[in-house]
Design a protein around this ligand. Structure first.
Ligand code: HXC
Length: 259
């Protein structure tokens, strides 16, 4: 598969996807969405791949937002009739296997929203997050008002959306937006190492763990706890569960079948 705007590489069981429009600070246009949707769908369907990392090319930006030059000519009816931005849900968020966003430099607007679609974000110490859409006369459209609020709470999300100010890596970590910060020079290595750790664990269990945590954002506590128990019970039927528990008792490493 060839892509116009991203680079996709496989490193053993880890898929590395790199946004590759550095001249536009990796701004997200329709072709990027098309390429990412195809890449995430291929990753989900490939039985040899068990974790993915999404990053930006160049040191300056993960992604500086939706492509303003593409949006500037569109009329309101175009946005509505195309159901603009809906493809991110079906093409990227719907990915069932785990993936990590490795963010250095700017993650603004749609760039911040794309990073928040990941299962978690590892930030380089140069990372800067923001939802500056208000300065363009609009507002977040790819989940920012919802995911940022859930990640950092109302006070910070509201201030960021209303002023467009950026949050640096240290503030993002304190606020719970990123799982941890590493020196920017080590970002890709650290993200790939973390992805390799996940990829070496039982793959179905990884998918179920992801689904469970996501359910916490979508339902009430009682329904979430019930869903957790049911998913746990379903996982106990896997060959990898038998192998995992047997391997523990026999004091050896498990060998996973992925089912
Ligand atoms: C298209 C972009 C872009 C974007 C940067 N570029 N951001 N092109 N869409 N979102 C392009 C610039 O036009 C320029 O190309 C090149 O990338 C380098 O950017 P500069 O501005 O010259 O760099 P710098 O001065 O260092 O400033 C960096 C920056 C600034 C602070 C990140 O680029 C910036 O503010 N970008 C826009 C950020 C933003 O508003 N994002 C939210 C977008 S709206 P040329 O060829 O011109 O030199 C969104 C959701 C919208 O994401 C939802 C509404 C429906």
């Amino acid at each position: 598969m060839t892509y116009e705007t991203i680079i996709v590489e496989q490193r053993d069981a880890v898929t590395l996807i790199t946004l590759n429009r550095p001249q536009a600070l990796n701004a997200l246009n329709s072709q990027v969405l098309k390429d990412l949707s195809a890449a995430f769908s291929a990753y989900d369907a490939d039985p040899t791949q068990h974790c993915a990392v999404l990053t930006g090319s160049g040191e300056k930006a993960f992604a500086a937002g939706a492509d303003i030059k593409e949006m500037v000519e569109k009329q309101a009816a175009d946005f509505f009739l195309e159901d603009f931005f809906s493809g991110w849900q079906t093409g990227v968020v719907a990915t069932r296997k785990p993936w990590i966003a490795a963010v250095q430099g700017f993650a603004l607007g749609g760039g911040c929203e794309l990073a928040m679609m990941a299962d978690f974000i590892i930030a380089g110490d140069t990372a800067k997050f923001g939802q500056p859409e208000i300065k363009l006369g609009v507002a977040p459209g790819m989940g920012g008002s919802q995911r940022l609020t859930r990640a950092v709470g109302k006070a910070k999300a509201m201030e960021m959306c209303l002023t467009g100010r950026m949050m640096d890596a240290a503030e993002a970590e304190r606020a719970g937006l990123v799982s941890r910060i590493v020196p920017a020079a080590d970002l890709l290595d650290e993200a790939l190492k973390t992805a390799a750790t996940i990829a070496a664990l039982p793959p179905m269990a990884a998918m179920v763990n992801k689904e469970m945590v996501n359910i916490a954002f979508e339902t009430g506590l009682a329904q979430g706890l019930l869903t957790e128990r049911r998913l746990f019970q379903i996982l106990t039927a896997t060959e990898d569960r038998t192998e995992g528990m047997t391997a523990f008792v026999e004091k050896r490493a498990g060998v996973w079948k992925g089912r």
